[in-house]
Design a protein around this ligand. Structure first.
Ligand code: GLN
Length: 493
């Protein structure tokens, strides 16, 4: 297999043994990018020169026998992470020229582990969207079918991994933005517990919901990246000081005796029948592997979308107030006075979806409406969280579909925000409750589009997600299924 198609752990074996070099791996990834990225458009910025220096440093470290967790591994970063000296656009015109003077904590951690940064991946503007169509820098296409979206908002990060334009990547997830694109692109994506990974240097969308997590080709790589990025950060006040386990130690535990909760509210009308069948088949595989299925109920599920679309825009409207044409990024040359300059800069700097969120958020926070909307939503959010606490008294993990449908066509939902918002109906609850979730590939539709299986677990139980995900991956032999589909159905070059 070509180097760019390998996983982190496969590459590390080859690097350690001297069978290949970090420079060769990077060259292979850049050849792949050159061959396919004009079709996929996973990247906003490529950082080839800096990456070559990082790869040379990695090779020198390997020669000295100093191999870190990610030495020589090309990683893509969603363009929402501050990267010192490298543009960080957040998919927006308003930050098109923004070059941060510092690294996000996760970026620093990857650097310290020896990673090589291939580039900055495309995303929906300010991470608002489910299709990567709201990016100021153009749409990303799904490598499995170039007429379709890759999911969003971390669509570039997911597509880059699926198309082998990097070995793994990082994204962020506020309502599903890691898990949903992972499902739609046929890769593994994890949203950790709120507080597990530092958000320092992550451009804020909705601060009580945002989390950073990995996209990988298999669950073992997910564990490797989690080992690197998880942990307390004194610079981030919501990061939690709880010991980080070795996530790799969960890989081989299997599912025998694991109690898998099946929430009846997640297998409703509106889930595409093919998705439902694929996920039910996957759950059958778990049961055969020794898992114990438990029917559970999450009674406040029907309120999740409504609560999210109050809380997230409310927080976004206040977070995005800082983009005023003065402190950061784009400033309109028009404007007769200060207020007028603000108005022109924000009008021209933000796209329609971001403006829609700012308007909703400002409305639900305004005096007279605050109690009816934001306060009420916060109360219902507590009930949603309680649903999960009660469910996890009966089961270890919960299994659901990740997305109600497979990848939809480009343009299909852009004129109908409600249709777009429904893409995240199965992922949003984890963000509202602060719990971790993972999406692992579980087969394909008749059209050859990937389907994702979501596992959810209690706070700080990412290990259980790795355990369940890895066990499923082995039982269902998904790695070889994907490799076969890739050979037969993915025609990128
Ligand atoms: N699609 C959801 C939204 O538009 C979630 C996005 C995300 O997780 N960043 O808000």
């Amino acid at each position: 297999m070509e180097l760019h198609a390998l996983t982190i752990h496969e590459l590390q074996d080859k690097l350690r043994s001297g069978e290949t070099t970090a420079a060769d791996v990077l060259a292979s990834v850049y050849d792949r990018i050159a061959a396919v990225d004009d079709k996929v458009h996973a990247y906003i910025t490529l950082t080839k020169e800096a990456a070559e220096l990082q790869a040379a440093a990695a090779d020198a470290a390997i020669r000295r026998g100093e191999m870190g967790e990610l030495t020589g591994v090309p990683i893509a970063l969603k363009d929402i992470f501050c990267t010192r000296g490298v543009p960080t656009t957040c998919g927006s015109r308003i930050l098109a020229d923004f070059i941060p003077p510092y690294d996000a904590t996760v970026v620093g951690k990857l650097r310290a582990a020896g990673a090589v940064f291939a580039g900055k991946a495309n995303m929906d503007e300010f991470a608002m969207g489910s299709s990567t169509e709201t990016s100021y820098f153009g749409v990303t296409r799904n490598p499995w079918d170039l007429d379709r979206i890759p999911g969003g908002s971390s669509g570039g990060s997911a597509a880059a991994v699926a198309a082998d334009e990097c070995i793994a990547s990082l994204g962020s997830d506020t309502g599903g933005s890691i898990r949903q694109p992972a499902a739609l692109c046929g890769v593994v994506g994890m949203k950790p517990t709120y507080g597990r990974v530092s958000r320092f240097g992550l451009v804020a969308f909705a601060s009580s919901l945002d989390q950073i997590g990995p996209f990988t080709k298999d669950v073992e790589d997910c564990a490797i990246l989690m080992n690197v990025i998880a942990g307390y950060d004194p610079r981030e006040s919501t990061s939690v000081d709880i010991e980080v386990p070795d996530y790799r130690s969960f890989l081989d535990r299997g599912v025998a005796g694991l109690r898998v909760g099946i929430p009846k509210e997640y297998f409703i009308a509106g889930i595409d029948p093919e998705i439902r069948t694929a996920v039910e088949t996957a759950i059958g595989v778990l049961e055969k592997g020794g898992a114990r299925l438990v029917e559970i109920s999450l009674p406040h599920t029907e309120y999740c979308l409504a609560v999210y679309y109050i809380v997230a825009p409310a927080e976004a409207s206040s977070n995005l107030a800082r983009y005023d044409g003065v402190k950061y990024g784009f400033r309109s040359p028009e404007g007769r006075d200060l207020l007028d300059m603000y108005k022109h800069s924000r009008s021209a700097g933000f796209g329609d979806e971001v403006k829609r969120r700012i308007i909703i958020g400002t409305y639900v926070l305004s005096s007279g409406y605050y109690d009816a909307y934001y306060k009420k939503a916060s109360q219902v959010r507590a009930l949603i969280r309680r649903d999960f606490d009660q469910a996890f008294a009966q089961c270890d993990v919960i299994a659901t579909p990740t997305s109600p449908t497979a990848a939809f066509r480009i343009g299909e939902r852009t004129d109908d925000p409600m249709q777009m918002y429904l893409s995240d109906i199965l992922t949003i609850s984890a963000n509202l409750a602060g719990i971790p979730g993972i999406s692992v590939p579980c087969g394909f539709t008749g059209d050859g589009l990937p389907v994702g299986l979501q596992f959810l677990a209690g706070h700080f139980q990412e290990g259980l997600l790795i355990q369940a995900g890895a066990a499923y991956e082995t039982l269902a032999a998904t790695r070889s299924l994907i490799a076969r589909y890739k050979r037969e159905k993915m025609s990128l070059s």
